[in-house]
Design a protein around this ligand. Structure first.
Ligand code: AMP
Length: 304
């Protein structure tokens, strides 16, 4: 297996100033897997759902080559549910509720055939569970992880332990400040680099993303979108595009990490154009490539 993805699979209720959806398929593992599937067909997903999760989404994942041997379906159980509300500034959101349901008893069991995965992408789940995944895999070339305020607030010490075993941490600006306990983003990034990860990527919503490795800083803009429908999952979609590109190219040089940031940003820019997974479900490679090129164009400048 090239890429192992572990995370939440959810039914999200999302409200923006423009629309509202109830129980839309989401969750970190779903966004990451769909996004990464544009780059590699060798993905193993580990997660948990109830029998209320829509079967067409399961079929869609299978059709993309995502191996679902690690997806546990609990008969009679209810899928994890999350509800969020965005206001006019779509960069900030309010969590209305988090109902763990079957996710409360989630103990990731990595199927034998996934254990030798070359790349591991740990979606936003309890850091203790992220650690248990790392205990079960052989020797991945790169461990990429995400987290969120929910876990930083509740499981800070466990998160610090997990970070010691993570190579690339992908977080948003507020999460970086919260982990590092430092208001300045660059200082926060540098502090995180001392906690374990060799690479930290800080996403700044509609202001792009910053990649930090030692003293190297690479800044990627966000694609200028005039009609943002729903930012939910953009961070996970970014992580999936990033991980997918690395898995496809098998190259973790700094040059290629920069490219991976742009591919992650390109797919994430599609994610926000629709509600939930709607837009990223139906992309063509041509669209992704065109957006990648558009990123080159908006960052190009000449000296003389
Ligand atoms: P993002 O917008 O990239 O931060 O991710 C949004 C996704 O995270 C939604 O699809 C939610 O279902 C999922 N999510 C929200 N809260 C949690 C949580 N505490 N643990 C795991 N996943 C969550």
């Amino acid at each position: 297996m090239k890429l192992l993805v572990v995370g939440s699979v959810a039914l999200d209720t999302i409200e923006t100033p423009f629309d509202k959806v109830v129980d839309a398929p989401g969750g970190s593992a779903l966004y990451i897997s769909i996004s990464a599937s544009y780059f590699t067909k060798s993905i193993g997903l580990v997660g948990i759902i109830g029998d209320d999760f829509p079967s067409d989404v399961i079929d869609d994942l299978k059709g993309r080559g995502v191996n679902l041997k690690g997806l546990k379906i609990i008969n009679g159980g209810k899928t994890f549910r999350w509800a969020g509300k965005y206001h006019y500034d779509m960069n900030t959101r309010e969590t209305i509720y988090t109902h763990l349901n079957v996710f409360a008893d989630f103990k990731p069991v990595i199927p034998d055939e996934f254990k030798s995965s070359e790349y591991v992408c740990l979606g936003n789940i309890d850091p203790t569970l992220q650690m248990s995944v790392l205990d079960q895999v052989d020797n991945p070339k790169l461990v990429i992880a995400d987290t969120m305020n929910f876990w930083i607030e509740r499981k800070y010490d466990e998160l610090l332990e997990t970070l010691k075993r993570v190579n690339v941490l992908i977080v948003n600006d507020a999460e970086a400040r919260q982990i590092a306990r430092e208001p300045n983003l660059i200082k926060a990034g540098k502090k995180i680099l001392k906690l374990g990860p060799e690479v930290v990527i800080i996403k700044k919503g509609e202001h792009g993303a910053v990649l930090m490795i030692d003293s190297v800083i690479f800044s990627a803009p966000a694609y200028p979108i005039e009609s943002i429908q729903d930012p939910t999952g953009a961070g996970d979609t970014f992580a999936g595009g990033f991980a997918g590109w690395i898995a496809k190219t098998d190259d973790i040089s700094e040059k290629n990490l920069r490219k991976a940031v742009i591919y992650g940003s390109a797919i994430a820019s599609f994610c926000v154009e629709g509600f939930g997974i709607n837009r990223i479900r139906n992309l063509s490679w041509k669209e992704i490539q065109e957006r990648f090129e558009a990123f080159r164009e908006i960052t190009k400048f000449e000296v003389d």
